[in-house]
Design a protein around this ligand. Structure first.
Ligand code: NAI
Length: 333
């Protein structure tokens, strides 16, 4: 049984080859992302394994189905890049990795926050140039600050617990309350109140049709002047043009993003010798108070091991053993 594996990086191959101990499961790796331009190469695989920027549109899914694909295995949690209706109509199952070290992402969000509030990215370069002056490096304490979190699922919850440890007031919004977080002293409030009262806002909800551009000129206008915004969730949660204006007007004091709306044209590749045509990302990176990382929040040894193990196990269960996975959360269809 063959799996066509898209957006394959050397580290994917390392972890998937390490954990693929089933001789009946062959993985064919493709460096390119999956989209209409390449979908026809899948002609003898029963499954495709894809990541966040592969494009599983209705057109791509119909071609996969007609070429014999029975399973789309997402090696990530988010699934906004898959047309689930089209998969259903074409009888293709869809599975994902619902949780892979939520702490990896939560800790990266904290790393971004600590970089921005203490300017360690600036200090690192400065000291290497033998500039030991402190001018321009003034930071602020996290202790006592109000941290607002949108989305208190697995990652948001891990993030809240770390922030409580820093002595922050943690104020959150989710469609559902988490009893454990409430018992730890986290306040569930309205989304408006999170925007209005937080010194720091971290986004940990999925991107849906309802919350596209959650951070826009209207929501930015009610935030505290100088607010810090961290986004490790999905780029489409922030309207980039609006946040650039808010950075220019100083409404936003600091911005840390690990995800970017147009990231599929940039992230996960070395473009250091290219001319970047995306002016918005270039403008963002020109601000001294903006930190961009390229969707690396999940990128720890623990998380990659879990991603490979869960994905391979789902493929084996569904396509080789013809049974259903014990963990129902892996199945989207
Ligand atoms: P989860 O499913 O455990 O939690 C999501 C939470 O968001 C749930 O509690 C849900 O009720 C809540 N939610 C849904 N819609 C909401 C809305 N409109 N407003 C407020 N809350 C809402 O998901 P998990 O594992 O915590 O992941 C969160 C997101 O993190 C994923 O959707 C994905 O986009 C992103 N992610 C980013 C990674 C990275 O490397 N940067 C890696 C993994 C996930």
């Amino acid at each position: 049984m063959k799996v066509a594996f898209f957006s394959a990086k050397p580290y994917d191959k390392l972890f998937f080859d390490k954990y693929n101990t089933n001789p009946d499961l062959e993985i064919e790796y493709f460096e390119t992302h999956l989209g209409p331009h390449i979908v026809n190469v899948v002609d003898d695989a029963e499954a495709v394994c894809v990541f966040v920027n592969d494009k599983l549109t209705a057109e791509v899914i119909a071609t996969l189905a007609s070429n014999g694909v029975k399973l789309i295995a997402l090696r990530c949690a988010g699934f906004n890049n898959v047309d689930l209706n089209a998969a259903k109509e074409n009888g293709i199952r869809v599975c994902r990795v619902p949780a892979y070290s939520p702490e990896a992402v939560a800790e990266h969000a904290v790393a971004m926050l600590l970089t921005l509030n203490r300017k360690t990215h600036k200090a690192y370069n400065r000291v290497r140039e033998q500039n030991f002056a402190l001018n321009g490096l003034l930071g602020f304490n996290l202790f006592g600050k109000t941290v607002g979190v949108i989305g208190t699922g697995k990652i948001g919850k891990a993030f809240c617990k770390i922030m409580l440890g820093f002595g922050c007031v943690v104020m959150v919004y989710d469609l559902y309350e988490d009893a454990e977080l409430a018992s730890l002293g986290v306040y569930y409030v309205s989304q408006q109140e999170v925007f209005h009262k937080s010194d720091i806002i971290s986004l940990h909800c999925p991107l849906t049709e309802d919350n596209k551009y959650l951070i826009n000129k209207d929501t930015l206008a009610v935030m505290k002047p100088g607010v810090t915004i961290i986004n490790t969730s999905r780029g489409g949660l922030i309207c980039t043009a609006d946040v650039i204006e808010a950075l220019k007007s100083r409404r936003v004091g600091y911005l840390g993003i690990d995800v970017y709306e147009q990231e599929d044209k940039l992230f996960f590749r070395d473009l250091s010798a290219n001319i970047i045509e995306d002016d918005a990302i270039q403008r963002l990176m020109s601000f001294p108070n903006v930190l961009v990382t390229a969707h690396q929040a999940f990128f720890t040894d623990e998380a990659l091991s879990q991603i490979a193990q869960v994905t391979l196990s789902s493929i084996e269960t569904l396509l080789i053993n013809n049974t259903e996975p014990e963990n129902k959360a892996v199945l989207l269809l």
